[in-house]
Design a protein around this ligand. Structure first.
Ligand SMILES: NC(=O)C1=CN([C@@H]2O[C@H](COP(=O)(O)OP(=O)(O)OC[C@H]3O[C@@H](n4cnc5c(N)ncnc54)[C@H](O)[C@@H]3O)[C@@H](O)[C@H]2O)[C@@H](O)CC1
Ligand SMILES: Nc1ncnc2c1ncn2[C@@H]1O[C@H](COP(=O)(O)OP(=O)(O)O)[C@@H](O)[C@H]1O
Ligand SMILES: [K+]
Length: 485
């Protein structure tokens, strides 16, 4: 499990650790780790051109000490001192090692660099980058040099991943002691590049994490595996109430996702047109053509997937009410999210609910503006879980799973090739199948997001994919997590 922490959590742990160590020890450890990553990235240190962007705090101090180490190895290091003051001891050590302070236009130095070290701000930042930091961040992004961010890319809020203005887009972020939440959650995560962790001994002083990311090994451990005595009923039956005479494909894709994710059986219930399509595509599914909008006579299931392509008219509303009146977990997706946002009382039920919105759908559910959700995904996923009393899987380039009292789980296994119609329907099917197999909403959602993202990568391999390909690749994704690939 990868773990990440807020700036406050890191600061408290640093204080506890610093109290036991001679002054400056942590910064030395941080700088040594930073310099080592820079050296590896450069390949050849001697003669290379390194530019340090140095802010007024300890983040700039890290950069200066690392710059000193690189200068001693023969790099030509120039520091742009951007703050109203500069870390004194760091600057002294840097100058003593032969580092120079850039005169003239900072942008010119940055343009000629092989490597730019972003030491403008770290966990001490507040709000959007102010001048001249904002211009320096943009200059670093425009330059051909490799950019290594110290602790967090400047402009990214370490505790939330928010990007309020200009921000450094790093190829590598060298983070000190423990990863910061903003390095895992978009839009911050997209600016961090590869995250390298430098161990400064913070471990024993850290509290429970703020957010976590499951590894393949974690997912392998959580995934149910059929025992010798299993039969199709004991493995879990998932019901799919999706599709409509207007939208038949969503039903086919959701059933496809469910079939590939290990359900013992998939029961599909819907109107004539999607029933015909599901029968044609999936002879494995047990299909009921509904004569009225209710699932009472469909047969026993252990979980329902409700909503993809369902429509939002009266028929769909009655069907949704009937599914939500059942006593099993229900995954609420797509059109069903619109229905429950019109009538939130539908979500009041004893059995668990997992909602799977993208930002637009979450906006409908909570009333927050879509842009605001995109900018502060973590905050909004958490708030929705708390307010609605459900588990929330918020889709996007990084997917978040929030449930009251648990650290938010972040998933980044996906690929932007997944941004195509119908992949969300497949995800709903996969998560529903995991619910039916007995995983709780939190585990089902985070394992489904992991497998779906990986399946997307396998299906795409650098080229466009269709949603059906993602469903087909789910078994290979399961194989890879089980084999530790
Ligand atoms: N505390 C410690 O023991 C350690 C700290 N380390 C480094 O220290 C960093 C934290 O240092 P600080 O607490 O000094 O804080 P920072 O260096 O992150 O930033 C604080 C400074 O930036 C300015 N600033 C804040 N927001 C700004 C904005 N939006 N635009 C322009 N300027 C802004 C402030 O005026 C302040 O002077 C960490 O991120 C890490 O890089 C590491 O050396 C590890 C050990
Ligand atoms: N840029 C991206 N990178 C990774 N995954 C993405 C990206 N954009 C979208 N996705 C994923 O693709 C799926 C899209 O689902 P959704 O928005 O419901 O589409 P649809 O309703 O067409 O099925 C989600 O799982 C989402 O996380
Ligand atoms: K930084």
């Amino acid at each position: 499990m990868r773990t990440a922490y807020t700036a406050d959590q890191i600061r408290a742990a640093e204080h506890a650790l610093m109290a036991r160590l001679p002054e400056g020890t942590l910064m030395m450890r941080a700088a040594a780790g930073l310099a080592a990553v820079c050296a590896t990235a450069l390949g050849r240190v001697y003669g290379s051109r390194v530019v340090l962007l140095v802010g007024s705090g300890d983040n700039g101090g890290d950069a200066l000490y690392a710059g000193a180490l690189l200068a001693r190895r023969g790099a030509r290091v120039e520091a742009v001192l951007a703050g109203s003051r500069t870390h004194e001891r760091g600057l002294r050590a840097y100058l003593l090692a032969g580092g120079r302070v850039a005169g003239g236009a900072a942008a010119t130095a940055v343009e000629r660099a092989d490597l730019v070290v972003d030491g403008l701000v770290g966990i001490g930042a507040t709000g959007a980058l102010r001048a001249p930091y904002d211009e320096l961040a943009l200059a670093a992004n425009a330059a051909p040099a490799l950019t290594v961010a110290v602790d967090v890319p400047s402009g990214v809020d370490a505790s939330s991943g928010r990007v309020a203005g200009a921000a450094v887009a790093a190829q590598i972020t060298v983070t000190m002691g423990a990863a910061k939440t903003g390095l895992l959650v978009d839009p911050g995560a997209a600016r961090a590049g590869t995250v390298e962790l430098v161990d400064i001994g913070l471990g024993p002083h850290l509290p429970g994490p703020d957010v976590v990311a499951l590894t393949g090994a974690d997912v392998a451990e959580l995934l149910p595996r059929p025992g010798k005595e299993s039969d199709k009923y004991r493995r879990g039956v998932v019901g799919v109430a999706a599709g409509s005479d207007l939208y038949t494909g969503a039903a086919v894709l959701a059933v496809g996702g469910a079939l590939r994710a290990g359900a013992g059986m998939v029961r599909y219930a819907g109107q004539h047109a999607p029933v015909t399509q599901v029968r044609t595509h999936w002879p494995e599914a047990v299909v009921t053509e509904l004569s009225r909008p209710g699932v009472e006579e469909v047969g026993r299931v252990q979980a329902w997937v409700l909503g993809p392509g369902l429509g939002t008219g009266e028929w769909a509303r009655e069907l949704a009410a009937s599914v939500l009146a059942s006593d099993v977990p229900v995954l609420v997706d797509a059109d069903a999210l619109t229905l429950v946002s019109r009538d939130p009382s539908l979500l009041r039920r004893a059995a668990p609910v997992l909602v799977t919105p993208h930002a637009g759908e979450l906006s409908r559910l909570t009333g927050a503006a879509r842009d605001e959700i995109e900018a502060a995904r973590l905050e909004h996923a958490r708030a929705a879980a708390a307010e609605l009393g459900v588990t929330v899987l918020l889709k996007g380039s990084t997917t978040l799973v929030a449930a009251a009292g648990r650290p938010v789980r972040v998933n980044a296994t996906g690929t932007s090739w997944l941004a195509t119609g119908g992949t969300g329907d497949v995800l709903a099917g996969v998560a529903g199948a995991l619910l039916a197999q007995g995983l709780d909403c939190y585990d089902a959602a985070s394992c489904a997001a992991h497998l779906h993202g990986l399946a997307g990568r396998i299906a795409a391999e650098g080229a466009p994919l269709a949603a059906g390909d993602v469903a087909a690749a789910v078994p290979e994704a399961v194989r890879r997590v089980r084999d530790g690939r």
